[in-house]
Design a protein around this ligand. Structure first.
Ligand code: CU
Length: 515
């Protein structure tokens, strides 16, 4: 910053930036949430990853109890040699308004899978929690017109100023006091003016080229998710979904054959009919070949569908891939295994503020929330209660893929998608990788799968509960639809809620106006 303000060359680079019309700036990124135990301390960690890498991740930690004296945070690669070389940790600053909240900023230097280790120090000792974080350069931003105009004005000023100084020097430097300018002096001055202006022009042109090359270089490392191609195979069974992954070539180290299961499946797919979002399908395609997955479809009405597929690489890098799919009426087969489906009122006919939903089995799910739109940047718990027909808490929720509930939170313009669990929005598989380096592995024969997830990922032991909650916060404004899935008596039930984050509208919004 010092150099920026004091040196002419920095001003020149600023001007060159103006000419190229591109600047790198912060852009919107969905926050990550994780709630878990660091020893005896329950911590709610929010990470806002940077949109530009190297960049700064903002970390917020809230402790459930008031006996934590200090919180330290440190970023590490999620796996590989770097994951064992812990640099010095930063001490998080305690909030003045809330003594149980801490905040820190961390540099993430390279794109890929990272983890943030959070250590809580207090009366009950020092204990650490690891939170996986994706560091992805996602965007460059164009410079605003007023700023471009300002820089262009400064450029012209500097250009003319330099040329005028050269003219004056060439014309008058050697004149004695009081001596008049000769025609020759004037000519020499004009030549100096022209030559300097030309040199400056050349400098600006070379600088502009250099800047564009830099911008192009950066654009080449911008994150490109794996490409997803979806096809409908009517001839296979009653209709099958075929998915194919393709690597657009982003990081040479990314592979298609290294996917690992995340809560028991290699791929989780959410299919939502658009634009009304009145049907949702949560399917788990199986691998049928290299980068190819298939799954029989349940009965589905004809229409246009948005497909989100979630995969996790062995590196702990999670990716959400998306595509669209046009379907005719699909005869389909009844959903099997962990596959589930749900229906809801079309977006255009529903309120942006719904609190109860009648489940297919006659019970109802209630969203325990405050009045009005949801606050932005206010991480907390989205709480839901299942009540039986008599209006009493049902007390019969069973683990579904190892967890008490699964939530898909979708902004209605489909630009934001989050798959959230009672432990947060970080991937379970990445969480296991992060935790493996911190904890001794379970001994051979220790219960895996459902019980492991139930114990580790915020589910329950003892009597079955009625409530499920998801640590989450809305960091981007807009209208959202929430698909909440729980399992009762062996059947998955899907509830659908609508909400607006930020803004004020609580009236029904028609499709043309969303979000
Ligand atoms: Cu899930």
């Amino acid at each position: 910053m010092r150099v920026w303000c004091s040196s002419g060359s920095a001003l020149l680079s600023l001007l060159l930036m103006g000419l190229s019309g591109v600047a790198l700036a912060h852009s919107e990124v969905q926050d990550l949430f994780h709630e878990g135990l660091a020893g005896p301390y329950r911590l709610f960690v929010t990470v806002r990853p940077p949109a530009v890498i190297p960049g700064i991740a903002e970390v917020r930690v809230r402790t459930e109890h008031d006996d934590v004296d200090m919180v330290e945070v440190v970023p590490l690669p999620l796996e590989g040699a770097g994951s064992h070389l812990t640099p010095a940790a930063d001490v998080a600053t305690r909030s003045e308004r809330d003594s149980q909240s801490f905040q820190a900023s961390l540099w993430l230097m390279t794109p890929g899978a990272w983890q943030v280790r959070v250590t809580a120090h207090g009366k009950r000792g020092s204990h650490t929690l690891a939170v996986p974080v994706r560091a992805l350069p996602t965007r460059t931003e164009a410079m605003s017109t007023p700023f471009s105009a300002l820089l262009l004005g400064l450029l012209v000023l500097l250009w003319m100023g330099a040329a005028s100084v050269a003219r004056a020097a060439a014309r008058e430097a050697r004149l004695a006091p009081g001596e008049k300018l000769s025609l020759r002096d004037r000519r020499r001055g004009n030549w100096a003016f022209a030559a300097t202006a030309l040199c400056m022009g050349l400098l600006v042109w070379v600088g502009g080229r250099w800047w564009r090359e830099e911008a192009k270089g950066y654009e080449a490392i911008l994150y490109q998710p794996l490409k997803l191609a979806a096809d409908y195979l009517p001839k296979v069974g009653e209709g099958t979904l075929a998915l194919r992954l393709e690597d657009p070539g982003w990081l040479p180290s990314r592979r298609l054959d290294d996917l690992v299961p995340d809560h028991e499946h290699l791929m989780h797919v959410f299919i939502v009919r658009v634009p009304e979002m009145d049907r949702v399908y949560h399917l788990h395609p199986e691998k049928v070949g290299p980068a190819r997955f298939e799954r029989p479809l349940p009965p589905m009405p004809a229409g246009r569908y948005q497909v989100w597929a979630e995969v996790v690489h062995a590196t702990g890098m999670t990716e959400t891939l998306r595509t669209e799919l046009l379907l005719p009426d699909v005869p389909g087969e009844p959903a099997r295994g962990d596959d589930a489906l749900g229906t809801a009122a079309p977006l255009s006919q529903s309120s942006t503020d719904s609190r109860t939903f009648t489940l297919e089995d006659g019970a109802r799910m209630v969203w325990l929330r405050d009045e009005g739109p949801l606050s932005l940047d206010a991480p907390g718990h989205l709480r839901f209660r299942v009540e039986n027909a008599e209006g009493h808490p049902a007390g019969d929720l069973e683990p579904y893929m190892g967890m008490l509930g699964h939530a898909a939170i979708v902004r209605t313009d489909r630009e934001v998608f989050a798959h959230v669990h009672p432990s947060g929005s970080v991937s379970m598989a990445a969480l296991d990788i992060a935790r493996a380096a911190l904890e001794p592995r379970p001994a051979d024969g220790a219960p895996e799968g459902e019980m492991k997830h139930a114990g580790c990922h915020g589910a329950v032991t003892g009597p079955m509960p009625s409530d499920v909650s998801f640590p989450f916060g809305f960091s981007l404004p807009g209208r959202y639809r929430l698909f909440i899935q729980v399992k009762r008596h062996g059947t998955v039930q899907t509830a659908v809620f609508d909400a607006r984050a930020g803004g004020r509208s609580l009236t029904p919004v028609s499709e043309g106006k969303v979000p």
